[in-house]
Design a protein around this ligand. Structure first.
Ligand code: UN1
Length: 509
């Protein structure tokens, strides 16, 4: 443990606020980062006080002044270097991520890869911040639009993807000319500090403005609450629960700011009669058990046709039995712990609710004990038989619980599918073209992500990521998401000697 900390320039007690190169003598309380793997404290963080927050914000504001004037392709070059710095430290950073979040090594490395991928993507994008030109209705006029940097932006991230989601936002924001103030989850402060130190090296080497990136770890919700009401931040990007998102949305919209929300998911896979069941089982297994069910894209519901319901359920139970559960840093383990004991208690409560509402646990759901398991954070993943109208099925429980729901007609399956209040990710397993197209049509899935013959989780960064309804409507990462981080300006230039008005209006004296 000490070795990983040292390699990543972390100490037993770390400053919780800084710009990657400069760290403040923070005035707040001490925060302990407790590993869900064995319940031990990894290291401590001295949290930011209100004054520390102000100091960080001042830097982000003055850095914006300088950074927004750097040509976008040169900003892209900086992001390219940041991606390379992450590449060099991938293994070490993934080791810390495993320890702090509890995800298995391969998934932790996947998360760092996601950071690198978005840096590469952003580098290319930096030369493609395209605006349209339009045909003016007035003679001798030219119309076009251009995209300007937006300002310093606030990014709030969740514990389950502590660094990738920041990178989706930060790398794109940087090429857009924005500066970024980051409030990571207080459950996992160290991985974010280590990441800031890695990109900080690039900031230092390149002599870049202090404060283009910064991190503030503050007591509980304090910093988050200051961030969302701060008028200096025209955009707040927040990832987390629906309850948190609702508060952020209200606070940001009260000051007419812009928010980008990526909230809960209640992702379902529809499995039709002629689906390739072995493919479906593999995808559902990773979707439901991967990251111990703690992704916002985790598969939480399987809506299976009656004719294949039992064989699919049996195949899933057989697969679940084989999942090695244990220390996520060990080779061969596929499922680590949940983030903390509170998450385990919530999972237990959800299973109780399911039974009270008429459902049945087909497999798993136990809290494990003995040896490492005594950390109290290890469970067996659960498969349950349920109905789509149970209140518990409509909620997102951030744990490995899979609800299996039988259906008869595809229309019914879609109805069940769309009855969830959240709308992030979805999938259908079918070899029937008509079923697949129906699912992808406007009558089909109502989610931001809709897949065919692949699962709900593990999206690539190239697509826009996010969802509808209670998921919050935001989009992050690829496609044309960069536009959210810039302000659009429509310009009309008159190069004629006349002053014609649009819509044929006459106003001559
Ligand atoms: C999240 O859980 O907040 O699609 C993000 C996925 C990952 C990102 C998940 N690429 O599962």
């Amino acid at each position: 443990m000490e070795e990983i900390l040292q390699k990543l320039n972390l100490s037993p007690v770390n400053s919780g606020a800084g710009t990657g190169t400069e760290w403040l003598e923070c005035g707040g309380d001490i925060l302990e980062s407790v590993s869900p793997v064995d319940g031990r404290i990894i290291a401590r963080v001295k949290q930011a006080s209100n004054e520390d927050y102000e100091r960080v914000m001042d830097r982000a504001v003055s850095a914006f002044d300088a950074w927004s004037g750097v040509p976008a392709p040169l900003r892209g070059e900086v992001v390219r270097r940041m991606g390379n710095a992450m590449r060099e430290r991938k293994r070490d950073l993934a080791a810390l991520l495993s320890l702090e979040v509890g995800k298995i090594r391969s998934e932790a490395e996947g998360e760092i890869q996601e950071m690198i991928d978005i840096a590469d993507f952003a580098t290319g994008q930096s030369r493609m911040l395209y605006g349209f030109t339009m045909q003016s209705e007035r003679p001798g006029h030219r119309m076009y639009e251009q995209w300007h940097p937006l300002g310093p932006i606030g990014v709030i991230t969740a514990f389950n993807f502590p660094v990738a989601v920041w990178s989706w936002n930060a790398m794109i924001a940087l090429i857009a000319g924005d500066t970024v103030v980051w409030k990571p989850s207080s459950k996992v402060p160290l991985t974010s500090l280590a990441t800031m130190k890695i990109v900080g090296r690039v900031i230092e080497e390149q002599g870049l403005p202090e404060g283009i990136l910064s991190v503030v770890i503050g007591r509980g919700r304090d910093v988050g609450e200051r961030l969302v009401v701060d008028r200096r931040l025209p955009l707040i990007s927040a990832t987390g629960s629906v309850a948190m998102g609702r508060k952020v949305a209200q606070a940001v919209s009260a000051r007419l700011g812009r928010s980008l929300l990526e909230l809960g998911g209640n992702n379902a896979v529809i499995v039709t009669p002629d689906a390739d069941l072995s493919l479906a089982v593999r995808a559902i297994l990773f979707g439901a058990v991967g990251t111990a069910g703690q992704r916002c894209t985790t598969t939480r519901r399987v809506i299976a046709h009656k004719s294949i319901f039992d064989s699919l359920a049996n195949a899933l139970v057989a697969a679940y039995r084989k999942v090695p559960i244990g220390n996520p840093l060990e080779e061969g383990v596929l499922m680590g712990p949940l983030i903390d004991r509170e998450a385990v208690a919530k999972m237990q409560k959800a299973l109780e609710a399911l039974k009270a509402q008429g459902g049945r646990v087909l497999y798993g759901g136990e809290v494990l004990s003995g040896g490492l398991y005594d950390a109290g954070t290890y469970v067996t993943p659960a498969i349950c038989e349920a109905r789509s109208d149970y209140p518990i099925v409509r909620q997102e429980t951030f744990a490995p619980i899979l609800y299996m729901i039988p259906y008869e007609t595809l229309e019914e399956a879609i109805e069940y599918h769309n009855s969830a209040p959240q709308g992030l990710s979805s999938a259908i397993f079918t070899n029937d073209l008509r079923e697949a197209e129906y699912f992808l049509s406007h009558r089909g899935s109502d989610c931001g992500i809709a897949n065919v013959n692949i699962g709900t989780s593990g999206a690539e960064i190239g697509g826009a990521f996010g969802g509808e309804k209670e998921t919050g409507g935001g989009r992050e990462a690829g496609s044309d998401v960069w536009k959210t981080y810039m302000r659009r300006q429509t310009t009309t230039i008159n190069w004629s000697g006349e002053m014609p008005l649009a819509q044929g209006v006459r106003f001559d004296v």
